[in-house]
Design a protein around this ligand. Sequence first.
Ligand code: ATP
Length: 265
Amino acid sequence: FREYVLGLISKSRTTWDDIGGLEDVKLLMMETVVIAALKKPAAVQPWRGILLFGPPGTGKTLLASAAAGSLNATFFNVKASSVLSKYFGESSKIISALYEVAREKAPSIVFLDEIDALTTRRSNDTSEATRRMLSTLLTELEGFHGEGNEKLVLTLAATNTPWDLDEAVLSRFPKRIYVPLPDKEATKAIVRIHTEGLDISRLDLDAIAEESVRRLYSGRDIRNLCQEAIWNMIREENKDLHRLAGLPFEELRKRSLRTRPLEMR
Ligand code: ATP
């Protein structure tokens, strides 16, 4: 189990500036992280767990990663569904091992992605193994983690379907933050982040942002759109290379226009 948990670790280099928009969410998280990391917590018990909820691809993982980056913390990226499918029946041991290693390597951010997969209220699965895993998780979330940055273990959980969460789990996350789809300004900020270093002066950012908001694009969609645009640019710049390699340039250009992300919905 330790081996598996150690494989979930990464050092995050994400900063708050890598996240476009979400200004209020970022501020709330920065405050939480700073207060949680204080050597001497105030009379109020700092949050040990935060639930991030909202549509897919809006930056929940990115936020957790930035929290880890800002604290120079060990980042544990745990996808609940893969723990369950790999270790069904023994997932409670994984959870114990996870928090044991997180404490050893503190400060740590444990990111539990798709937490609904662990705790679906509607699921009929009340097997002994699931109950044991949940009770271990709840104990770890309640647990005393000591004071100070070097002992900090902060759990960030994410879900797209908060209404599916088990009451017992929800109650362990009194701090809940909604991560919304980007608005116009946020969309422009995300485009700038994902085209950094490129000349985008010819782009009509306002028009792109308007269209993107109308189509309910997420940050992930906007990133994909930027990558597609960059691909097209590279293709245009390398026409000769295509000819040399015998690649049908015009055909590829037509196809890419047909499959570009803006047409996906
Ligand atoms: P899911 O709910 O599907 O797990 P998520 O909310 O965790 O999604 P992320 O994994 O953080 O979303 O986002 C996917 C990718 O989309 C990020 O790695 C990033 O490249 C891009 N992205 C999403 N939101 C933003 C944003 N606000 N600013 C910059 N990039 C973003």
